[in-house]
Design a protein around this ligand. Structure first.
Ligand code: NJP
Length: 243
C-alpha cells in the first residue's frame, strides 16, 4: 500500500487493529484519538513489528477546531491523506426514558459531527488531487434497531445517510466512499456502552474478533465497496476461523 491512512479512534479496539493491518501492508497509518499515552504505545508496537514510523496526534473529534488544525498539520508536515477511516465512536445504551440528554448529545457530537468534520477536513485536498477514499465505520445498529440503543442507533443511521449522500455527490470522481456495518465486536466498546455487562454477556459467544474485522476493512483500500456488512452471525464464523 502506498497510502497515508488517517484512522480516528486508533488508540484501541478496531482502530488499533486497523492501524497494524495498514502498516503490515506497507502503508502508513496516522493515529488519532484522545489518549496520547495509548497512541504512543500503539505507534511503538507497530514500529517494532513492521519498522514503519507511525505519526500520532491527540485529537478529540468532538472539537471541530482541533480537527481543522490537526488535519492541516498532517497535510503540511506529512502529506495528503489518501484514505480516511472515520472510526472514532462510542455508545451508551439506555432506555429512552432513562437516557441522559447530555450522553445523547455527546454520542452525536462524536459519532456524527466528528465524522462529518473529519470528512470535511480531508475532502478539499482529495477533490483537488482527484483521488482518495473515505471509509465510515457505521454499525448494524445503523441498519436495524434494538431496545436501549435508540440514540446510538440513530447516530449510526445518520452516518449511513451522510455517507450515502456523499457517495452520490462524488459519483463522477475517483473518490470512494465505503460504509462498514459491524455487529458486536470484542473490544472495550461494551465497557462504556453497558456498565451492567448484560448486553455483552448475551452476545459474547457471537462477537466478532477485532482483528478479523480490521483485516476486512483494510482490504477495502484496495477493493472499495459501497457497504461491508459484518453481521452478528459472522461472529460464529470468525470463532471457527480461529480454531
Ligand atoms: O471501540 P473502542 P471499537 N475523539 O471503545 C476513540 C463501532 N462499532 O473499536 O479517545 C477521538 O475499543 C477511543 O479512543 P480515546 C463504534 O461505534 C463497534 O469497538 O483514546 N477518539 C478509541 O480509540 C466505533 O465507531 C462495535 O478514548 C475517540 C475508539 O474511539 C468503532 O466501531 C459494533 C473519541 C473506540 O474504541 C470503533 O469502536 C459496531 C473522541 N471524542 C460498531 N471517543 C462493537 N465493538 O461491538 C472515542 O456495530 N474515541
Amino acid at each position: 500500500l502506498d497510502e497515508l491512512v488517517a484512522i480516528s479512534g486508533a488508540s484501541g479496539g478496531i482502530g488499533e487493529e486497523m492501524a497494524f493491518e495498514v502498516a503490515r501492508r506497507g502503508g502508513t497509518p496516522i493515529l488519532l484519538a484522545r489518549s496520547e499515552d495509548k497512541l504512543k504505545k500503539v505507534a511503538e508496537a507497530i514500529f517494532d513489528e513492521t519498522g514503519i514510523t507511525v505519526p500520532f496526534y491527540k485529537l478529540d473529534v468532538s472539537n471541530t477546531e482541533d480537527i481543522h488544525y490537526t488535519f492541516q498539520h498532517i497535510y503540511e508536515n506529512i502529506g495528503m491523506i489518501t484514505t480516511l477511516i472515520n472510526n472514532a465512536g462510542f455508545a451508551k445504551f439506555d432506555l429512552v426514558e432513562d437516557a441522559d440528554i447530555n450522553d445523547i448529545e455527546a454520542m452525536f457530537r462524536v459519532n456524527v459531527l466528528g465524522t462529518i468534520a473529519c470528512t470535511k477536513a480531508v475532502l478539499p485536498c482529495m477533490l483537488e488531487k482527484g483521488f482518495g477514499q473515505i471509509i465510515f465505520i457505521g454499525s448494524q445498529a445503523g441498519k436495524l434497531a434494538t431496545p436501549k440503543s435508540s440514540a446510538y442507533s440513530a447516530s449510526k443511521h445518520a452516518v449511513l445517510g451522510f455517507a450515502n449522500a456523499l457517495r452520490m455527490e462524488l459519483h463522477d470522481k475517483p473518490i470512494y466512499v465505503s460504509v462498514v456495518n459491524p455487529g458486536p465486536v470484542q473490544t472495550a466498546f461494551f465497557e462504556h456502552a453497558d456498565k451492567t455487562g448484560q448486553y455483552e454477556k448475551s452476545v459474547k459467544k457471537f462477537m466478532l474478533d477485532p482483528y478479523v474485522v480490521a483485516h476486512k476493512i483494510v482490504r477495502l483500500i484496495d477493493k472499495p465497496k459501497r457497504e461491508l456488512n459484518l453481521p452478528l452471525w459472522m461472529g460464529i464464523g470468525s470463532k471457527l476461523y480461529q480454531l
